[in-house]
Write a protein that binds this ligand. Sequence first.
Ligand SMILES: Cc1ncc(COP(=O)(O)O)c(C=O)c1O
Length: 458
Amino acid sequence: MGASATLSAEALDRRHVWHPFTQMQEYWAQPPLVIASGRGGWLTDTEGREYLDGNASIWTNVHGHNDPDLNAALQRQLGRIAHATMLGLTHEPGALLAAELADLAPEGLGRVFFSDNGAGAVEIALKMSFQYWQLAGKPEKRGAIGLAGGYHGDTFGTMAVGDSGFFHERFRAWGFAADHFPAPVCREWAGVVREADASASLAALEALLIEKAERIACLILEPSVQGAAGMRLQPPGFVAAVAALCRKHGVHLILDEVFVAFGRLGSMLVCTEEGVTPDFLCLAKGLTGGYLPLAATLAREEIFEAFLGTYESRRAFFHGHTFTGNPLAAAVALENIRKLRVLVADGTLTSRAACFGRLLDEAFAGHPHVGELRQRGLTAAIDLVSADGETYPEAARAGLQVCMRAREHGLLLRPLGDSLLLVPPLCLSEAELGELVSRTACAINDILPTFQYHAQRS
Ligand SMILES: Cc1ncc(COP(=O)(O)O)c(C=O)c1O
């Protein structure tokens, strides 16, 4: 055993781990939290303290941690084989899952390419679109369009089509140039649309397409809710209107449902709900119920057919990952989807979302420290402001302070600046949703009425 066996997980973490999307200097200033186990919507740390998993382990968890059915599916597959490549071979869980996804998707979107994370799924859709236009004899169609505020991952292609401000600014020089169109305006919670206007957004998109469609391969959109932008919502009908413009101007539509699919908004897939058949559909996060890394890019059959030819025609799609379509992940995804179909069909998720909306409305509509509330399905954002309605200085880290206090109330949240993003595991009961909302309110009420900002040294 190495020397490290004598050190605690906290000490080893501090010495060796570089955490994602984290200012490590700030991370070290907080007491470390080491998760030991989970059950349902709850996580337990090594000290035995329990926390409600208020961000569903980064927006992935569906049926809860340690779900007996998902565990059993994983163990069954483990008894057969943990991994076999899909490069030139296949296996039963992978083939079954591809068929299942094709069945969930709109008619014609039947070809499934597996990868292992959301950025990968988007990168693959972009490359497929770019290659398709070359194969179709239109190599000049090379550009891409994204929506303002979009987030599709942190690889170079996904950063190029995304618009995540300082997250990606540093790397701009190494990406390709993409166009962006303004996001629509939409505020909604508790099932009531309070403000909605897509006219300027759609007019700008149409103008962009009229000018550039001959040189544009694809448009990418997170349909209905832009999660990482802070749960920015789109008005009803927006996705269909964007799809119609793409079709009219001969531009592929990529729907990035990495966040919104698999029950988060109450349906299995947002595109079917919106009556839209995209050219490509990207799935990840909830695909395995939050158990294992797996992603999928679905493509229209006609697009797939353009890639067929002899080996030396070089029409094949030269892209792949070592763990593409991993059988353990595929087996868990199949069980996740089987269980989720029931919850979608019997209205459980719709009524949970309605309950979540009501609870948020009661706790935060008109709250002196809530500038704006947005909620759709089982996802919400609460923008924090001072009592006179001002935003806090960035360095005050008001959102982080509230999240650290939430931990003391047994709730784990991760802020996005001064927005609190509430993304519960879909399995939370109405009582647990009540806990999520009331513990969030306690943390806000503990911190913000007396919040003092002291400048910190960088
Ligand atoms: C809409 C969307 N697309 C893509 C991604 C990237 O997924 P991953 O972190 O698995 O690469 C995310 C992650 O939050 C996302 O929300």
